[in-house]
Design a protein around this ligand. Structure first.
Ligand SMILES: Cc1cc2nc3c(=O)[nH]c(=O)nc-3n(C[C@H](O)[C@H](O)[C@H](O)COP(=O)(O)OP(=O)(O)OC[C@H]3O[C@@H](n4cnc5c(N)ncnc54)[C@H](O)[C@@H]3O)c2cc1C
Ligand code: FES
Length: 394
């Protein structure tokens, strides 16, 4: 170990015994979040905040040198913090030099970027030849196939049709399905050509709103607002090719437990897929959906949900509108009013349903926090029975 530890800016961050082989450990170096990884008895350090949307990489999974983000599965090489070619929605992060003091068993990290060590982030400089050899070994062991599986298949789809939902800024887009296999509730990444001026780049994730039982198309729905990405999406001609990665995500219907869906606005997209699937497959799974929207026009897929509720005795939809003003269009509204709260949930769900159901929350971040508080604090639902899909970006 160098005797210049302090002058090189190395700081003690952990004890070697706290980091097991194949393990990850989140630490802070001068206020910066860093994740340590131990592979083949070497310690590596890199940024812990995912470059995509800030996922906590210390909670990710490490397989070989590949660290997978827990949120949307971007894959980083812990040796140099570079993102995999397959998970293009994230960008490269920084790696940092590491030293382990063999006598004291302390792990030290420096944020200084200098010399060869800084480029690898490794405990010791990795030789170029060695590194190449390791890559070959990884290929043989199938690490990259595994990486591909996690990132989902890279595929191209053509736009079949698009339609604006009357009275809203929501548009539905149908793409040719091309045999894509997915589970109801999963999402995919969609990259558009010709989007060079969007600060968030040319890729967004959207839930697949169609069901695996709808063989002929994939559907996504989104609000068309100001971003160059959305403007380009709205203007696409039928037949345009869209690059996608997917399917991904664990926000999927658990068929063996009754389900309660709590949806806010556009967050209803994965629930359309799940309800249609349960109805077509005649699943015995009981589903109660609470769907909150500003006004009646904004209740997406309402006609379809109402039709499926008639066909599927296990499915019930409760709609609530939150616009304060009782304007002309909402005067006739006979459904619920106001945000989803304890009283509303208990009005429709008895104790047995509350005690046995899986709860699924989907929507923009603000709604998500409110619903998590409702379930955990007001209704005492344990976190093991709560699944959450956050529409980051809204
Ligand atoms: C797993 C996952 C699944 C997702 N699925 C979907 C989906 O099915 N459908 C979908 O639409 N999105 C979905 N999203 C979100 C999606 O990826 C985009 O982040 C989102 O649509 C915003 O897109 P945009 O950045 O192009 O902003 P735009 O929609 O163009 O909005 C422009 C800006 O306006 C802001 N804005 C937000 N709300 C308002 C408002 N009420 N009034 C004015 N401005 C506002 C936004 O913050 C944004 O910065 C999903 C996200 C995740 C993580
Ligand atoms: S936050 Fe890491 S992949 Fe999205």
């Amino acid at each position: 170990m160098s005797t210049n530890t302090a002058s090189e800016g190395f700081q003690r961050v952990a004890n070697a015994k706290d980091l097991k082989e194949g393990g990850l450990l989140g630490v802070e170096v001068q206020g910066k979040k860093v994740v340590l990884a131990k592979v083949n008895n070497k310690v590596y350090a890199m940024d812990a905040v995912c470059s995509h949307e800030g996922g906590p990489l210390e909670d990710g999974t490490l397989e070989g040198y590949n660290l997978t983000c827990p949120w949307h599965y971007a894959v980083f090489d812990v040796r140099n913090a570079k993102v995999s070619d397959e998970t293009v929605w994230a960008t490269d992060l920084s790696s940092y030099p590491v030293k382990v003091d063999e006598q004291t068993g302390k792990i030290l990290v420096s944020l200084q970027k200098q010399g060869q060590t800084q480029q690898t982030g490794a405990e010791e400089t990795v030789q170029q030849g060695k590194s190449r050899q390791a890559s070959l070994e990884e290929l043989q062991k199938g690490y990259y196939q595994e990486e591909d599986r996690k990132a989902g298949q890279k595929q191209q789809f053509q736009l079949l049709s698009k339609e604006q939902v009357k009275g809203t800024d929501i548009m539905n887009f149908k793409l040719n399905r091309g045999g894509l296999d997915f589970k109801p509730g999963q999402f995919a990444f969609f990259k558009l050509d010709g989007v060079s001026d969007d600060p968030k780049g040319p890729i967004r994730h959207f839930s697949i709103a169609s069901s695996p039982t709808e063989q002929d198309y994939l559907m996504i729905s989104t609000r068309i607002r100001s971003s160059p990405y959305k403007q380009r999406l709205a203007a696409l001609e039928n037949g345009t090719t869209i690059q996608t990665w997917g399917p991904q995500g664990e926000f999927v219907l658990q068929e063996d437990k009754p389900a309660v869906f709590l949806s806010g606005g556009i967050g209803v997209t994965p629930f359309r897929s799940m309800v249609k699937y349960a109805t077509d497959k005649k699943l015995p799974t009981k589903i109660m959906m609470f769907d909150s929207n500003r006004n009646e026009q904004n209740i997406l897929y309402k006609e379809e949900f109402d039709r499926w509720a008639e066909q599927n005795k296990n499915f019930q939809a409760i709609y609530t509108i939150t616009d304060e003003e009782k304007n002309e269009s909402s005067k006739e509204w006979k459904g619920e009013r106001g945000r989803i709260n304890k009283e509303m949930v208990e009005k429709y769900l008895n104790k047995e349903r509350l005690d046995t159901s899986m709860f699924y929350i989907c929507g923009p971040p603000g709604m998500l926090n409110a619903m998590q508080d409702l379930l955990k604090k007001d209704l005492n639902i344990p976190k093991e029975r709560i699944k959450v899909e956050e529409f980051t970006g809204y």
